[in-house]
Ligand binder design. Structure first.
Ligand SMILES: [Zn+2]
Length: 419
């Protein structure tokens, strides 16, 4: 991308996660200095006679939102009410994903998805493509041109799906190798390739092992689904006989470790949670999707108390929104249903810093502080009740989306949207 404006200094109210504690730090009127590479070099309080005008008057500036889990080819079936999970895949998902052998369709949807992410303030996303190498190339080109950060790759399926949705293991690995060679690390690591077995049911043991091996050899994120739905769990254990639980299927096929990012994790046993912790596996929490498909509630507090890396995911199109803030609101509701509330402050931390940790990019992302990349979102602040306190501001960011839309989205100092 060449036509985006770059920022060298930003002035405004800043709310930033602390790096390691799940709390937020506020600068009422900050100056954020950004170098030519888009790196933050200094954050300071603006002096009384500061000549720099506020960059986005009336807005608060937070780090770019991180969507740790969504499906590019489901952009146009968002809201397709045909759940629970397995019938929804058959009825809504597989027919639409099969259409991505058409490059024109793939290109149109890729543009729509990038626009939707930027409009909602998402700057980094973990994106499942389809099993089509050409559609995945088209997606990667759109992400590169659109200025977003992304971790994406083929969605690997070589069984239990219609022929139009599958790619045999040998072909899929050859295509993945080509994607790694061509795209991984593009533009200073803004674009990264990931291994993405859709879920155990859609993969032969050979495909799972090959995906795990590449993740390890190339230090790639490995993204997949787990323990979303009870029928899915029963079918998975039938397809992989001799395994004690769902997580052990991934463990036994070289797909579990610190590079692994697992979506859903709803129906885990205590032993599975303990092994998640022992292996430093990250969680993509997708509560809006879980509500829409009636999958259940992931016990977020359990994951956090174990010290797991957790990010939020829209899971479009089972999730009904591209807004990570709306997902944070759904996560609040889900935490109450689990009788273990997670606060709006913690949720905003998870939507930014937590997501960066889950995606192993927390060395550069998720804080507004020197040494971090200038991935920023400006969000309009609505009139606050009962007073313009920090707590009221955080509540508004998580719950009052309609009154406080995203004003600007910035990746590495480049303005993707907004003046
Ligand atoms: Zn998903």
């Amino acid at each position: 991308m060449t036509d985006a404006r770059s920022l060298s200094i930003v002035r405004g109210r800043v709310l930033t996660p602390a790096p390691y504690e799940r709390k937020l730090v506020e600068w009422p009127d900050a100056l954020v200095e950004v170098d030519a590479d888009g790196r933050i070099t200094a954050v300071s309080e603006a002096p009384a006679d500061c000549p720099v005008p506020p960059t986005w008057p009336g807005a608060v500036i937070v780090p770019g939102l991180v969507d740790t889990h969504l499906h590019f080819p489901q952009t146009r079936i968002l809201g397709s009410a045909s759940g629970p999970l397995l019938p929804w895949l058959e009825t809504s998902v597989f027919p639409e994903e099969a259409r991505f052998d058409d490059p024109d369709h793939a290109a149109a949807v890729a543009r729509e998805m990038c626009r939707a992410l930027i409009e909602q303030g998402t700057t980094l996303a973990g994106i499942y493509s389809t099993a089509h190498p050409q559609a995945t190339e088209i997606l990667l080109t759109a992400l590169e041109d659109g200025g977003l950060r992304a971790v994406t790759g083929l969605t690997l399926m070589d069984r239990n799906a219609p022929p139009a949705n599958r790619l045999e293991a040998v072909e899929a690995m050859a295509a993945s190798d080509a994607l790694i060679e061509r795209w991984h690390g593009r533009d200073g690591g803004r674009i990264r390739i990931s291994m993405i077995p859709r879920f155990a049911l859609s993969c032969t043991p050979e495909l799972l092992r090959e995906a795990g091996r590449r993740s390890r050899e190339h230090d790639l994120l490995l993204q997949t689904h787990i323990s979303e739905n009870r029928d899915e769990i029963a079918q998975t254990l039938a397809a992989f006989p001799g395994h004690r639980d769902y997580l052990s299927v991934y463990e036994d096929h070289d797909c579990a470790g610190p590079r692994t990012l697992l979506a859903h994790c709803i129906h885990f046993s205590d032993d599975e949670w303990a092994r998640m912790q022992a292996q430093d596996i990250a969680v993509a929490h997708c509560p809006d999707s879980n509500f829409f498909l009636g999958s259940g509630c992931m016990p977020l507090r359990v994951a956090l108390d174990r010290g797991l890396r957790v990010g939020l995911g829209t899971d479009v199109g089972a999730g009904r929104t591209f807004s990570v803030r709306r997902v944070a609101a759904a996560a609040y509701d889900a935490s109450l249903l689990c009788q273990a509330m997670v606060s709006p402050e913690e949720l905003l931390w998870l939507a930014t810093r937590g997501g960066a940790q889950a995606m192993r990019q927390d060395d550069r992302l998720g804080c507004i502080a020197p040494g971090f990349d200038a991935d920023l979102v400006a969000i309009d602040v609505p009139p606050l009740h009962p007073s313009p306190s920090r707590a009221a501001l955080i509540d508004a960011l998580v719950f009052r989306h309609d009154a406080g839309p995203v004003r600007a989205t910035v990746v590495r100092g480049r303005v993707l949207r907004g003046a």
